[in-house]
Write a protein that binds this ligand. Structure first.
Ligand SMILES: C[S@@+](CC[C@H](N)C(=O)[O-])C[C@H]1O[C@@H](n2cnc3c(N)ncnc32)[C@H](O)[C@@H]1O
Length: 308
């Protein structure tokens, strides 16, 4: 049984047939990919999760004061819901909705969250943020807080990020807000290390996309023929993740095939790194004119509370 929302997809085949080939990062997240991402968050090299939680711990009181009790919190790309648990304990919302593409992992995380937050109406919504998705029709419209942590916005190029932020603006009224976590530009060595951990967990996460694609489109990628590659592209201000062919190969799926030469790459992820001021401007262009920012001592990561 498919363990994600995604139907065997024309999008995947089209991406594989392009040069350079690419697979969208949302396909990382089957149940195995989601579990591997949780391991990544605990790696010594992977500072974003730790740093964002630190900022929340330090400035949670100020955030709670701004948002107030009794809001409706909607987390986009909720994953394990660990950050949501921290946030909901601070904010005491009436409703919490976890939105994620990784269906089984989402339902397990939400079941645990319900136990931790007995007074909150906790829901799971399996949906793809890159498509049009609808929130539950009976969800309060007033005082919605969209929570988009983990710098997932960095997976979109600036034009796509603007389009997504504009769509998010459409989900809230003028009394709503967006709390969004963004990874900031920093020393290249720290960035490169975060995506090339010594234990090889990020490599396993990257390679797992091929197992997921094998299941989704019936392809025959042989994982041992591919290697993980991640590096900072300073010109584009982004980390790029690729899978590079170790050997010449032909990958087949029902109705098609793709020949890969040795060393050819499949581009699997971008993770854009922002200057805080540039992100404030992006938010303003998307309709979030009033923004407050909290960061850590090294200015590695920032949390933006943005209002229409
Ligand atoms: C980088 S993880 C962040 C998880 C968690 N929010 C955190 O901050 O640690 C990205 C999460 O977004 C989900 N995701 C990725 N692409 C998505 C999409 N297009 N639609 C919905 N969820 C998506 C993944 O399944 C994963 O749980």
């Amino acid at each position: 049984m498919a363990d994600s929302l995604l139907l065997p997809s024309l999008e995947i085949v089209q991406g594989l047939l392009q040069t350079p080939a690419h697979i969208a990062p949302k396909y990382f997240y089957d149940s195995v990919g989601s579990a591997l991402f949780e391991q990544i968050t605990r790696l010594p090299e992977y500072y974003p999760t730790r740093t964002e939680r630190q900022i929340m711990a330090e400035h949670g009181g100020a955030i709670a004061q701004q948002v107030g009790a009794g809001a409706t919190v909607i987390e986009l790309g909720a994953g394990s819901c660990e950050k949501a648990k921290d946030l909901c304990q601070l904010l005491a919302p009436t409703h919490f909705v976890a939105v994620d593409i990784s269906t089984e992992f989402l339902h397990d995380a939400v079941a645990q969250l319900r136990v931790a937050l007995p007074g909150v109406d906790v829901r799971a919504l399996a949906a793809d943020l890159t498509a049009d998705f609808a929130l539950p029709h009976d969800l309060p419209q007033q005082r919605r807080l969209l929570f988009y942590p983990g710098s997932s916005i960095g997976n979109f190029d600036p034009a796509q990020a603007l389009e997504l932020l504009q769509r998010l603006r459409g989900l809230i009224d003028t009394d709503g807000a967006l709390l969004i976590g963004v990874d900031l530009l920093k020393d290249q060595g720290i960035l490169d290390a975060a995506y090339n951990d010594a234990a090889g967990v990020t490599a396993a996460f990257n390679l797992n996309v091929l197992s997921h694609v094998n299941r989704l489109i019936g392809a025959d990628f042989e994982l041992s023929q591919w290697r993980h590659r991640a590096f900072f592209n300073a010109l584009e201000s982004r980390i790029e993740m690729h899978l590079q062919a170790r050997v010449d190969s032909v990958v087949h799926w029902p109705g098609g095939e793709r020949r890969f030469a040795r060393d050819e790459s499949i581009h699997t992820e971008n993770s854009y790194k922002y200057r805080a001021d540039d992100f404030v401007q992006l938010l303003a262009r998307a309709g979030f004119a009033r923004t407050q920012v909290w960061s850590d001592d090294h200015a590695w990561f920032a949390l933006f509370l943005a209002r229409p």
